[in-house]
Design a protein around this ligand. Structure first.
Ligand SMILES: [Ca+2]
Ligand SMILES: [Ca+2]
Ligand SMILES: [Ca+2]
Ligand SMILES: [Ca+2]
Length: 212
């Protein structure tokens, strides 16, 4: 019994350490195009919001390839010319209907802050929040995209999966000078209250055991 508790504590410590410098949850790459999971939020079109042209004034997201990004690709828009690319929606599917998940957005941000690398994201199209490196809520995953550019994760909220087993995240570029590099999202199932209760009881049991 003692060894089982020890094992459990080791696992929990391991998770706590891992959470400090690693991606939290299961990654889902954002992809446009037919069969992808990301569409223009206004039109629902999988293709009308992006191009392979890397222009900072076409009001479109640029699809770019670079090995350091997840699945080797990402979508970028630039605020240098205040381009206004469409708000996009990435839908995670295959989740358990009625179960709560923490949703995080994965993006890139410069850590020297000589340029603003920012993203606006949220779980409802009507309320997006602006995020960037050093904002106090975004965390580095430990992956370096390039010198001075870190892969970032930020918790945008906790939400219950729909009856279809889906959750959508909304992404846009804030109206500011800078750029936005969007890679994808992660999901992490939130333990149900019953499970949390058992964990707490387990912890109490351990304390009592130690006092004896
Ligand atoms: Ca563009
Ligand atoms: Ca991809
Ligand atoms: Ca990607
Ligand atoms: Ca926009």
């Amino acid at each position: 019994m003692r060894n089982q508790w020890l094992g459990m504590v080791m696992v929990m410590l391991g998770l706590a350490v891992a959470a400090n410098a690693a991606m939290i949850g299961t990654y889902v790459d954002a992809d446009g195009g037919t069969g992808g999971n990301t569409v223009n939020n206004s039109t629902g079109d999988p293709d009308d919001w992006w191009t392979t042209e890397n222009s900072d004034s076409d009001d479109l997201w640029a699809y770019r390839e670079k090995p350091a990004y997840r699945d080797g690709d990402f979508y970028e828009c630039s605020g240098t010319n205040y381009e206004d690319a469409p708000m996009i929606k990435t839908t995670i599917s295959g989740l358990t209907a009625g179960t709560s998940y923490e949703i995080r957005v994965i993006y890139a941000s410069e850590t020297k802050l000589t340029t603003d690398w920012i993203i606006a994201a949220g779980l409802s199209a009507g309320s997006l929040t602006r995020y960037q490196w050093g904002d106090g809520v975004s965390e580095e995953t430990g992956v370096e995209i390039e010198s001075g550019v870190a892969e970032m994760q930020v918790l945008i909220g906790t939400v219950v999966a729909s009856v279809e087993g889906t959750i959508s995240a909304y992404i846009d570029m804030p109206d500011a000078e800078g750029r936005c590099d969007y890679d994808g999202v992660t999901y992490l199932e939130v333990p149900e209250p019953a499970t949390m209760g058992l964990l707490t009881l387990g912890g109490l049991g351990m304390l009592i055991r130690r006092k004896r």
